[in-house]
Design a protein. Structure first.
Length: 222
């Protein structure tokens, strides 16, 4: 019996066991990168979700670095993905933690932007290279008002020098719109459902998402 993510994940966040899962997943990712590089396989940067309990503990980064230092891997392969639910109203804590991550040579992205707590004024001070637009932007038909919101938001983010990722895209309608208005990456079922590691490795070798004659590309997460 499979238990849906939205059922068990909140429990692990509440009891902070998610911190251990963060570390296990990060270690597995390091092992995958090591194997791919040793075998001469193509690699792409992969985002690592950082949960709220991990983020709020001052020891989280040292724990991640302890794992990272076991492997001879470039920091450029990793992006730490912070959800906008992680105390965006505590700007000092947020900025300090992001700057600490970047000082270590890793990049940061802000996930789920637009899902409820987003602040446009905060964007100008966030040390992130990528903003990921929440799937809620794309779960309804593309009407005129939605076009205005997305078009202006993409313009603002690009004006701030940030890359943009559209999450949860499933329709050609949105693909065409996002391509026209310069969205940098697209992630969603339009390209692929979640797949196990062996299938992902096959996709890396074949890179079918590069065969689409469009500027949008696939973004990968763990």
């Amino acid at each position: 019996m499979q238990v849906p993510l939205h059922v068990f994940l909140p429990i692990f966040v509440q009891n902070t066991f998610i911190r251990k899962i963060d570390q296990i997943v990060f270690d597995q990712l390091c092992q995958c990168f090591t194997r791919w590089l040793d075998q001469g396989l193509p690699v792409v940067p992969i985002s690592c979700n950082l949960s709220r309990p991990s983020f709020m503990d001052t020891e989280y980064l040292s724990e991640i670095l302890t794992i990272f230092n076991r492997y001879a891997l470039p920091q450029s392969l990793f992006e730490f993905e912070l959800s906008e639910e992680i105390e965006l109203n505590n700007e000092v804590t947020l900025l300090d933690s992001m700057q600490d991550i970047q000082k270590r040579g890793f990049s940061c992205s802000l996930d789920d932007f637009g899902s409820g707590y987003s602040s446009l004024s905060l964007l100008s001070s966030l040390p992130v290279s990528t903003i990921k637009l929440d799937r809620s932007f794309f779960n309804e038909p593309l009407n005129e008002k939605k076009q205005i919101v997305l078009r202006e938001l993409l313009t603002i983010l690009h004006g701030l020098g940030m890359q943009t990722v559209a999450e949860g895209v499933e329709s050609q309608e949105y693909i065409d719109f996002l391509r026209t208005h310069g969205c940098d990456f697209v992630q969603g079922f339009y390209y692929s459902t979640p797949v196990p590691i062996p299938e992902f490795e096959r996709m890396l070798i074949q890179q079918p998402f590069l065969h689409h004659e469009q500027s949008t590309r696939k973004d990968c997460n763990v």
